[in-house]
Design a protein. Structure first.
Length: 326
C-alpha cells in the first residue's frame, strides 16, 4: 500500500462516519482538539505547518492567502462541511490548483424544514406568546395574539436553488395562493415543475406576504435587504432568513421590526453571528431566532461529514469531487 494521505480535520466533533470514511481510504487523520473560536485561527495555522495533503473544515475559518501559504504546496484538497463557502477564497484556491469541495444538496431538506418552522413561528407569534405566558399575561378576547395565514398568501423565495426548491415543496401543503421568486436569472424548468413565477426585484418585494431568503452570500446578495428594500415591501410581511446573516442589513431589519414595517421575522442566521447577549434583535417580541441550526440534525450532519470526506478522497485520487465549489 502507498503512503497514507495526511488529512487535517479542524474539529473534534466532526461526525464519526466522515472520519471512518477517510480512514478506510488510506488517510492518516489528525483532529484538532479543544476548538475555541477566539484562539482557533492561530492553532490551525500552526497545525498546517506539519504539511497536509487535505484539510477537512467543519468551522468557518478563513481559507485565504495566509492559510494557503502556511499549508504550502503539499495541500491538494480543501473540503468544507457546509453548503456555503464564503469563508474560502475561491479565486486564490483555483490559481494554486487546489481542489475545493462543499456539501450542498445533503442539507437542503433539513434547512427547508427550519425555514418552515421559523415561518410558522413568526407568523403565529410563538415567541411573543411564550413571553406573555412567562409574564402571567392572559386574555380570552377574540383579538388576542392574532397571527397571519399562509393559506392563500403569496410566498416569495429569494434563492430558488436546492434549499429554496425544498421550501416550496413543503409549503405547498399549506395551500399557498402563489409562489414567486427573483434572482439573476429565470429557472424555466424548476418554475414549471414547482409552479413558481419569476418576477422582478421590485415586484417580489411589493407582492410577497412571506419572504424567505435561501440564497448564497456573494457580492450581489450582500446587504441586499436594506432600508430601501424594506421600504418597498408589501405592508407587514413575514420575513425569514435561513441563508446568511450578511445578506440582511441588521440595522435596517431592526428598524423594520420596531416600526412594524414587517410583521415579524424568523432568523436562523444573523449578522453578527452569534449575536451579543443584549443585542436589540434578542429583545424584540416579533422576532423568532435560533442559533444557526438549519442543518443540525443527526442524519444531515452525518451525511454532510461523509460527503465532505468523499470530496477529499476523490480529490486525492485525481477524481471529480462529489460537489466541487464552482
Amino acid at each position: 500500500m502507498s503512503q497514507p494521505w495526511k488529512v487535517l480535520v479542524d474539529h473534534k466533533e466532526v461526525p464519526k462516519p466522515g472520519i471512518d470514511l477517510l480512514k478506510a481510504h488510506n488517510c492518516e487523520v489528525t483532529i484538532l482538539e479543544n476548538y475555541n473560536a477566539d484562539v482557533f485561527r492561530p492553532k490551525i495555522l500552526e497545525a498546517l505547518k506539519q504539511g497536509f495533503d487535505a484539510v477537512f473544515l467543519a468551522s468557518k475559518v478563513k481559507v485565504d492567502k495566509e492559510f494557503l501559504d502556511t499549508a504550502g504546496k503539499k495541500l491538494k484538497v480543501v473540503s468544507t462541511m457546509s453548503s456555503g463557502y464564503d469563508h474560502i477564497d475561491t479565486t486564490l484556491i483555483k490559481e494554486r490548483g487546489i481542489k475545493a469541495g462543499h456539501t450542498p444538496e445533503v442539507l437542503s431538506a433539513a434547512v427547508a424544514e427550519m425555514a418552515v418552522l421559523l415561518l410558522l413561528s413568526a407568523a403565529r407569534r410563538a415567541h411573543e406568546g411564550r413571553q406573555k405566558m412567562e409574564a402571567c399575561e392572559r386574555s380570552t378576547g377574540p383579538q388576542w395574539l392574532l397571527g397571519r395565514d399562509i393559506r392563500g398568501s403569496t410566498v416569495g423565495i429569494f434563492g430558488l436553488g436546492n434549499i429554496g426548491q425544498e421550501i416550496v415543496k413543503r409549503l405547498k401543503a399549506f395551500e399557498v395562493g402563489k409562489f414567486i421568486h427573483t434572482g439573476p436569472r429565470k429557472k424555466d424548468k424548476v418554475e414549471k415543475e414547482l409552479g413558481v413565477d419569476y418576477v422582478t426585484w421590485d415586484k417580489f418585494l411589493a407582492e410577497s406576504d412571506f419572504l424567505v431568503i435561501s440564497a448564497p452570500l456573494n457580492d450581489g446578495t450582500r446587504k441586499r435587504f436594506n432600508n430601501n428594500a424594506f421600504d418597498k415591501m408589501k405592508k407587514q410581511p413575514v420575513f425569514v432568513n435561513v441563508a446568511r446573516g450578511e445578506i440582511v442589513d441588521t440595522a435596517a431589519l431592526e428598524r423594520a421590526l420596531c416600526t412594524m414595517k414587517i410583521f415579524a421575522a424568523g432568523l436562523d442566521v444573523t449578522d453578527p453571528e452569534p449575536l451579543p447577549p443584549k443585542h436589540k434583535l434578542l429583545t424584540l417580541r416579533n422576532v423568532e431566532i435560533v442559533p444557526h441550526l438549519g442543518s443540525a440534525t443527526t442524519r444531515t450532519r452525518n451525511d454532510m461529514a461523509k460527503v465532505a470526506a468523499q470530496n477529499i478522497i476523490n480529490g486525492l485520487n485525481n477524481e471529480d469531487l462529489v460537489y466541487a465549489i464552482p
